[in-house]
Design a protein around this ligand. Sequence first.
Ligand code: PGA
Length: 251
Amino acid sequence: MKKLMAANWKMFKTWDDARATAQELVDLSASALPDDREVLICPPFTAIKAVSEVLGPVPGFSVGGQDFYVREEGAFTGEISPAMLKDVGAGFGLTGHSERRHVLGESDAYVGEKTAYGLAAGLKVILCVGEMIEERKAGQVEDVLERQIRAGVADVARDVDPNDLCVAYEPVWAIGTGEVAGPREILEAHASTRKILQSLFGDNANEIRILYGGSVKPANCAEIIALDNVDGVLVGGASLQGESFSQIVLA
Ligand code: PGA
């Protein structure tokens, strides 16, 4: 199983800036990328093509969309389909990111519909889950993970190709705050995630990658990526510069 080192650029970067950052990342990390790692960048929709032109020819590097809608085409103003993502070179899509759940109001059920739709449409999907600080303080981390994962994969076949589905554990309180979860918190949440996935997918679950996200930086990545059941990282702020993301990718 290759570790997935993923960047989520959120609503940052113009076409030119995106291309320059992707090129810098390739220049700094492609020749040293270990065989057991792959790199993914999820730019804003408007820059996907710019990034896929840079990463397309580079082994081990790929592009994804941060979101997509659950139809192939139609009268859905503002939305983008998996087919459109694939058309500009994106092979992955994110679902359930905390900003889509908590800022844009997406429900567990809609995240589940999107995850199944994206997979059926030929995308690899990274389903993001994670508790808010009040939920952690109330001792509900495992309950939240159970609820979000069960709803998130409710319509995903038990024999899904495990290479096509990843789950990213991203505690909401650690996203964009500089406050990273500690090793013990990550170990516990990832072990719970694995257990929940096993109950749903049997042995297949052992091959589903579980990523950690939330204030991953060059200084903490090596420690995080070495933990049990951490099969990659999903990085926001520290992925915006080629230099810092290259250090994460190679950590
Ligand atoms: P962060 O974001 O690395 O800036 O905390 C992570 C994410 O939102 O995926």
